[in-house]
Unconditional design. Structure first.
Length: 139
């Protein structure tokens, strides 16, 4: 569901999300998905009552229309309980030969930027951002 914040989409707890391969998943808690044009990443803000975690997909820029379509470039940045991890590096190394060279450079830069932002708790990773969304959903 789109929100009043440009690029932010609210996914209520229990709502089914259908992946391109047909797999479906649902979260036990509300999620805010952030998609911005012309960037090589997307952020899921996981709004748990106990705090905010994040799952970030490094991807080719999304096509945002009725549906949101993007190509996943394997790398993910996960923030759980304040701990920042870059994951799926092996998959990226194995598959990057099949990606456009500009995608490879952009994916590497995006993952580095996301890790830095998360470690510094800046932008979407700032505690006040998660608190604001949690407050609007849990009160």
């Amino acid at each position: 569901m789109p929100t009043t914040v440009k690029g932010a989409y609210r996914i209520p707890a229990g709502s089914p999300v259908v992946e391109a391969n047909g797999q479906t998943w649902a979260s036990d808690y509300p999620v805010v998905a952030f998609f911005w044009p012309n960037v090589y990443f997307q952020v899921f803000m996981l709004l748990k009552e106990s705090g905010t975690d994040y799952y970030c997909n490094v991807m080719a820029p999304a096509l945002i229309a009725k549906d949101i379509v993007y190509i996943d470039l394997d790398l993910d940045v996960i923030v759980t309980d304040g701990q920042v991890k870059l994951v799926d590096e092996k998959e990226f190394r194995e598959r990057k030969v099949t990606y456009l060279p500009e995608w490879v450079r952009a994916a590497e830069a995006a993952s580095e930027w996301l890790v830095q932002q998360a470690q510094r708790r800046q932008g979407v990773f700032h505690p006040a951002t998660g608190l604001g969304w949690r407050t609007s959903l849990y009160t």
